[in-house]
Design a protein around this ligand. Structure first.
Ligand code: 16C
Ligand code: ATP
Ligand code: CA
Length: 566
């Protein structure tokens, strides 16, 4: 006789093959899993037995009672548990929960429980709802990361033109249904022009009504929303964004990204995939992932914030050339990439930077920033400490600045790995999301063949820094000034939005002396072009938070929830 065990109402049994499980007066065969209620707290999890899985309450999306008259349709899946004499299907409830699939993707799975006793069925539904409500009432930290509250109301901005121009469809068909199932209320704004979202966030939006902001679009759209939120927060905190020395105020609201762009590298590096449903589920379960932000100034004038890539030279020229090809969608980058590669331009200038001290790891330590990253956690505790001590402002200890002059094919500052479909490991595979530093990659002038080798290594396992012409440093601040200072004609040309061919021919006309080799590239700041080339950059540690948890380790646990020490 199989060992039987009485199930308390707060225990739940779930079968992996999702066939209907019949609750026969709440007694289930022991060999199915038990999700034992641990005396340590709210999460309900248990040991995994072969052929079944368990679901922690923090990954249950919703529970819905099935109205009684729905026939217990034979779902074509075989019934494993023998039918009890009374019709076992009179009452039923369905549990919707997160199911992990390939490469960090999640999808919303569900299982229906049938029960002959109506009151028991109601008790289950009520108990599960109580457990879900408890998730928001207490601050819970598990082994990996601090859970935060589940959002109940969200402000959603949709960019209808980003990526393949499918933002609206993606949201309506894939995301909205899950949000409503999780009873999240949303205010949706479809943007009518560039910077519509940023301006609305900066001025009109009543942020007290919402638990978070959702960006449906690509990196550029995220950048808009991040600018709106950060500027609004500084404005309300009375912090002047133009002064580089001031410490910025962290933003309270979390940002969720529903990927609908061309590169989507921010979503890719914080969730591990660019799948809209996966991102929606991370928003619903209330994940929270801190992120560094770089502020970019030009002579005490604030220019922009950056979270992923600040690229001069190659990536700047790729972006400049691709701007005129927006109609091509994501492919524009590859076309411009080949064209820029073939023109093989280098730029002269001076880079100076303040190296990151302490045990913040190094860009070549092969360590990858994952969920619960120890380096990022260390930085957040250091941040608290330095806030208390009167930290010597970095600019004062001038002596530790390093200065490098030279001819560069590319100068890239990666504040995160910049992993994306084009480059699965990213520009700097060991960069951290929330360590308060950015990885400064200097690619000096070299042959086309060498540069091609360097680029190719972004797409395979080889170390793209292992070249004589490549140097990489982990820094907290850096500056760049081009050798040939831009004269005001260049500046006002740039500011009047003249870029590309016309810009260069204009310059060449005025500077007979120079060859037709342009002396200036543009800075690519998260996919937007900066109006100046001489810039000062400073990293602000963990200034914003995303509805994400970083990239989860892929290991297969014997017991997936043994580590959640609540
Ligand atoms: C031969 C294959 C070489 C493959 C090289 C792969 C390196 C790709 C590295 C991608 C780095 C993406 C950084 C993301 C920055 C985002 O914040 C930003 C906004 O979305 N995206 C871009 O600026 C958009 C930047 C997109 C840059 C695309 C560069 C494409 C390079 C193609 C070069 C081909 C050369 C081969 C010639 C025979
Ligand atoms: N309604 C709109 N009309 C025109 N442009 C818009 C609108 N809404 C947003 N934008 C702008 O479109 C730009 C690109 O949007 P988005 O980043 O979503 O797509 P993408 O550039 O193709 O993706 P990625 O940035 O990942 O490469 C953003 O900089 C954003 O400011
Ligand atoms: Ca970083």
């Amino acid at each position: 006789m199989e060992k039987q065990s009485r199930l308390l109402c707060s225990e739940l049994c779930v079968q992996r093959r999702l066939y209907e499980v019949t609750l026969n007066c709440a007694i289930l065969a022991w060999k199915d899993i038990q999700i034992a209620k641990k005396h340590t707290g709210r999460a309900i999890y248990g040991a995994v037995k072969a052929g079944s899985s368990c679901v922690p309450v923090c990954e249950i999306i919703a529970v819905q009672e099935k109205d009684d008259d729905t026939p217990c349709k034979n779902t074509g899946k075989w019934q494993k548990v023998p039918q009890s004499p009374a019709d076992p299907c009179q009452h039923a409830f369905t549990v919707f929960y997160v199911e992990r699939t390939r490469q960090h993707c999640w999808w919303c799975s569900n299982v229906t429980f049938h029960c002959s006793d109506h009151s028991l069925c109601l008790l289950w539904v009520q108990t599960i709802r109580e457990q879900l409500a408890l998730l928001n009432s207490e601050r819970r930290v598990n082994y990996y990361h601090t859970f935060a509250n589940r959002p109940k109301s969200l402000l959603v901005y949709i960019n209808p033109y980003g990526g393949k121009q499918r933002g609206k469809q993606i949201y309506d068909h894939k995301v909205a249904p899950i949000f409503s199932r999780a009873s999240i209320s949303t205010d949706v704004i479809v943007t009518e022009r560039a910077n519509h979202a940023r301006d609305h966030l900066k001025t009109e939006a009543d942020l007290k009504k919402y638990d978070g902001v959702v960006c449906v679009g690509g990196d550029g759209m995220f950048s808009e929303i991040m600018h709106g939120l950060v500027s609004r927060t500084q404005q309300e905190a009375g912090v002047d964004e133009n002064s580089m020395e001031e410490t910025l105020m962290p933003c309270g609201l979390r940002i969720g990204i529903i990927p609908a762009g061309s590169t989507d590298c921010i979503c890719y590096a914080t969730v591990g995939s660019n799948d809209p449903v996966t991102s929606a589920l991370h928003i619903i379960v209330g994940d929270s992932q801190a992120m560094d932000i770089c502020s970019v100034h030009n002579e005490d004038r604030f220019l922009r914030y950056s979270v992923s890539l600040l690229g001069y030279g190659f990536y700047g020229d790729v972006l400049t050339d691709s701007e005129r090809k927006r109609w091509m969608g994501p492919a524009r980058y590859d076309i411009s990439g080949v064209k820029t590669f073939l023109s093989h331009r280098y730029y002269e200038g001076t880079v100076s930077f303040l190296p990151a001290e302490g045990n913040l790891g190094s860009p070549r330590d092969k360590m990858q920033c994952r969920t619960g990253c120890s380096v990022c956690r260390q930085s957040s505790s250091d941040k608290l400490v330095s806030k208390n001590e009167d930290s010597v402002s970095d600019a004062e200890c001038q002596d530790t600045w390093t200065v490098i002059r030279g001819k560069f094919l590319a100068i890239n500052a990666a504040s995160m790995s910049c992993a994306c479909p084009r480059s699965p490991k990213g520009l700097s595979p060991s960069a951290h999301l929330a360590d308060g530093t950015t990885d400064l990659i200097l690619v000096r002038k070299c042959s086309r063949l060498d540069f091609l080798r360097h680029l190719l290594r972004h797409t395979n396992k080889d170390d793209q820094f292992d070249h004589s012409f490549v140097e990489v440093y982990r820094v907290k601040q850096f500056r760049f000034s081009p050798r040939y200072q831009e004269c005001d004609s260049e500046v006002d040309l740039r500011e009047s939005g003249v870029t590309g061919k016309r810009f260069l021919s204009q310059i060449c006309r005025e500077h007979r002396a120079c060859g037709c080799m342009p002396s200036q590239s543009n800075w690519n700041c998260d996919g937007e072009i900066l109006p100046h080339t001489a810039i000062q950059v400073r990293v602000h540690c963990q200034l914003i938070k995303l509805f994400a948890r970083g990239i989860e380790e892929q290991q297969v646990f014997e017991d997936p929830y043994a580590h959640c020490a609540i």
